[in-house]
Design a protein around this ligand. Structure first.
Ligand SMILES: [Fe+2]
Length: 451
């Protein structure tokens, strides 16, 4: 293995500062009250996200690699451990909202202290790469993983805040308008305003050739263990839509009675829909009591008219699958998705971009995007169960609990969403959620067998 270069650790320190600062910026629109409440067991309070991402660096980097390290506060090891059995005791997930102590201010002090220590460690490692190359590589890899982990929590912080605010009767905005420092320089504030009720971009079908395809990550850039190893899969030939399904298309499903017709639904999905009495996607509501009242949807910018052209979001796997059947199509497999979409992927990581979001905090119509193939506004359900790739190996130690142990009863989603930090997702990226999950920015792209 090559020896880590000092400048690589210096670059990592710069990236560390940018990612950590971005988390702070995302938490700023939330009050201390907002940041403490847990609106449902799946969602975590913002304060917990701020502390847990810090806990990750303290536990896996500082405690493991600084001789004689003294914890910032020993009880945090248990309070902010999410699911790492090998680290020890954990506070129950569903009771994270009960953590009124430590205060948000104390959590900020925890972040500052850990930042200072991580940066000091990286600096000392950069000076000693020749003496201790193995330790330097280990620390560099763990800090890189911790930053990817923090970016995952940045998206969760937003989806969890969205759920929390949606529980308020006034549907308050997380941020009234899309504004710097969240927006890249070329974006204008009106991009977040309700767009005109245009048609979604025309849909075309991309061919997926019958035969062997290589999928999965290979090469130098960062990837999670669940994206590896790259391997061959045989595909029978398919076509995949050039864009995700739009609100207009799902509105036709709603108006056509799709939520009341069991023939479109998986048996388990129908039972779930019946139990929940669902009649439309989450965060949709009628603007008034009249039958012909306009539809609205809740966004991080507050209530807005349902924009027919935007990609539909917040569907469960069951709803996505039912819609696809109603539309005479099906969900793609993850291998079909990757084979079709990888050549069109335009979201490769760009160093220095961690501090911004790709577009808006609500899915955009993408009509102004160059090229015909559109992705990256909503995570797209695939019909593939989340499972290990052939040859998958779990990393040693507690950090090996990151992905592998969740490979049961979940489905893979591909593509990334408008809430995914810039440069975080890849064409090989495998997100995963249970079939009932709807609070994430989840939509779908249709596929069909080749003629
Ligand atoms: Fe985590």
């Amino acid at each position: 293995m090559p020896m880590p270069e000092p400048h690589a650790l210096e670059a990592l320190a710069g990236r560390y500062l940018r990612v950590r600062a971005q988390t702070q910026r995302l938490a700023e629109p939330l009050s201390a009250e907002d940041a403490c409440v847990q609106s449902m067991p799946d969602a975590s309070p913002a304060k917990w996200h701020l502390a847990h991402t810090t806990w990750f660096f303290e536990t896996f980097v500082l405690a493991a690699h600084v001789a004689g390290y003294e914890a910032f506060e020993p009880s945090f090891r248990m309070l902010f451990n999410s699911y790492y059995q090998q680290v020890g005791e954990r506070h129950p997930r569903a009771r994270r909202g009960m953590l009124t102590r430590p205060s948000l201010q104390q959590v900020q002090a925890y972040r500052d202290a850990v930042d200072e220590r991580v940066l000091a460690l990286l600096e000392s490692m950069a000076r000693g790469t020749r003496k201790r190359p193995e330790a330097c590589r280990a620390v560099g890899d763990l800090v890189a993983l911790g930053l990817q982990h923090e970016q995952q929590h940045q998206e969760l912080l937003l989806t969890d805040a969205k759920h929390l605010l949606s529980c308020h009767p006034l549907w308050p905005a997380y941020m009234p308008a899309y504004a710097p420092p969240y927006a890249p320089a070329h974006m204008q504030p009106e991009d977040c305003a309700a767009a005109p009720d245009d048609a979604a971009p025309a849909l075309s079908w991309l061919p997926v050739a019958r035969g062997l395809h290589d999928i999965g990550h290979a090469g130098q850039g960062f990837a999670f263990d669940n994206e590896m190893p790259r391997h061959a899969v045989f595909l029978h030939g398919a076509e995949i839509a050039s864009r995700p399904v739009s609100n207009r298309e799902v509105l036709a499903f709603v108006r056509g009675g799709g939520y009341e017709q069991p023939q479109w639904w998986l048996a388990e999905g129908w039972d779930w829909r019946e139990a929940q009495q669902l009649a439309h996607p989450w965060y949709w509501r009628k603007a008034g009591p009249a039958a012909d009242a306009a539809w609205q949807e809740f966004s991080l910018h507050g209530a807005m008219p349902l924009d027919a052209a935007r990609p539909v979001a917040h569907l469960s796997y069951y709803e996505a699958d039912a819609y696809a059947r109603w539309a005479g199509a099906r969900l793609p497999t993850e291998a079909e998705w990757e084979a079709a979409m990888a050549p069109h992927w335009r979201h490769e990581p760009v160093d220095g971009e961690e501090g911004r979001y790709a577009a808006s905090l609500h899915p955009r119509t993408m009509v102004d995007e160059a090229g015909e193939v559109q992705a990256g506004q909503v995570w797209e359900w695939t019909q593939s169960s989340y499972a290990a790739y052939p040859g998958f190996r779990v990393a040693e130690g507690a950090v090996g609990e990151y992905n592998g142990k969740f490979m049961v009863n979940q489905y893979v989603l591909r593509g990334g969403s408008c809430l995914t930090p810039a440069g975080h997702a890849r064409a090989t990226y495998r997100n995963f959620f249970p079939a009932t999950a709807r609070w994430q920015m989840t939509g779908l792209r249709l596929a069909r067998d080749a003629h």
